[in-house]
Design a protein around this ligand. Structure first.
Ligand code: NDP
Length: 271
């Protein structure tokens, strides 16, 4: 079964279901983005905090791909949320990216001030600087709090989600509220590639462990943001559309959850 490469958001806009993540891509960011665009990726996931928006912008420009074909996500950093500097932060990001608008703007973490930041993002969306707004690292209780105080339902919640870390409560809540869940660290920053059960499934399908994990997420309706700076892995991580996992293998993958985070818990972080 061929899977569509875009998902419809709750506002009817479309978003590519595969993005290149560029956290910690450092000096290799520009090359990685160029490799991804060449391999057919059209969605890039960056953030002000990653310090590489300029490099992403250079790659976009150099690729020559029409702006409307691309889907660019960046994120509002915690200090700017706390200081009420949403507008300034977005303008700085747009300037670094060399863009007039971003396709998706996310609140990076649920720090104090997130409701006001979100309300300002709603304004910036109406002004045309942002096509879609969303959040990141919001658990169910954060989303419930937000939804009770804002006008626009977030299009997306970006959260750590991989075989070892599956927040089922959030997954269900997002489904019920038509919020697309995006998986950050879909490969567990690489750690999940070593899980023996996944290696066994990969052998059966003649695919790599990375492809099995990414395909599992897609079949669950979760958008994926694998990061790599290696061209062959960037290509590998996009070759997900010529096979389908059977239901029993989806169940096997679901059963690997250990609530084991590679990153901080959104209820306990200190930055
Ligand atoms: P991933 O789960 O994507 O894993 C990336 C690691 O796996 C890298 O070390 C990479 O190495 C390696 N890798 C990638 N593909 C393969 C492959 N096919 N075979 C073997 N190894 C592979 O982790 P990240 O933590 O980077 O998360 C992905 C993205 O999620 C980030 O880049 C960022 O965009 C987003 N994110 C968002 C957060 C948030 O708070 N909203 C927090 C963390 C991440 P190499 O590069 O050397 O190839």
């Amino acid at each position: 079964m061929e899977m569509r490469t875009k998902v419809k958001l709750n506002n009817s806009n479309q978003m590519p279901i595969l993005a290149l993540g560029v956290w910690q891509s450092g000096k290799q960011t520009k090359q990685a983005v160029l490799s991804a665009l060449k391999a057919g990726y059209r969605h890039i996931d960056t953030a002000a905090a990653y310090g590489n928006e300029e490099a992403v912008g250079e790659a976009i420009k150099e690729s020559g791909i029409a702006r409307e074909e691309l889907f660019i996500t960046t994120k509002l950093w915690n200090d700017d949320v706390r200081l009420g500097k949403t507008r300034e932060a977005l303008m700085t990001s747009l300037n670094k990216l060399g863009l007039d608008y971003v396709d998706l703007y996310l609140i990076h973490w649920p720090v104090n001030g997130y409701v006001d930041a979100y309300l300002e993002m709603e304004n910036l969306m109406k002004e045309g600087y942002i096509r879609n707004i969303g959040v990141s690292n919001f658990k169910k209780h954060h989303l419930e709090d937000l939804l009770s105080q804002v006008h626009i339902i977030p299009a997306v919640d970006q959260m750590e989600f991989n075989p070892q870390m599956q927040d089922q409560e959030l997954y269900q809540f997002c489904k019920e509220n038509r919020i697309i869940l995006e998986a950050w660290s879909p490969l567990g920053s690489g750690a999940c590639l070593q899980i023996p059960a996944i290696q066994i499934i990969a052998e059966r399908y003649q695919k790599t462990p990375a492809q099995i994990i990414l395909r599992w997420l897609l079949q669950k309706g979760i958008v994926i943001l694998p990061k790599s700076v290696h061209e062959e892995r960037i290509i590998e991580n996009a070759n997900l559309f010529d096979f389908q996992l059977q239901d029993e293998d989806i169940c096997l993958m679901d059963a690997l959850n250990q609530n084991l985070r590679t990153g901080p818990d959104p209820d306990h972080f200190d930055f």
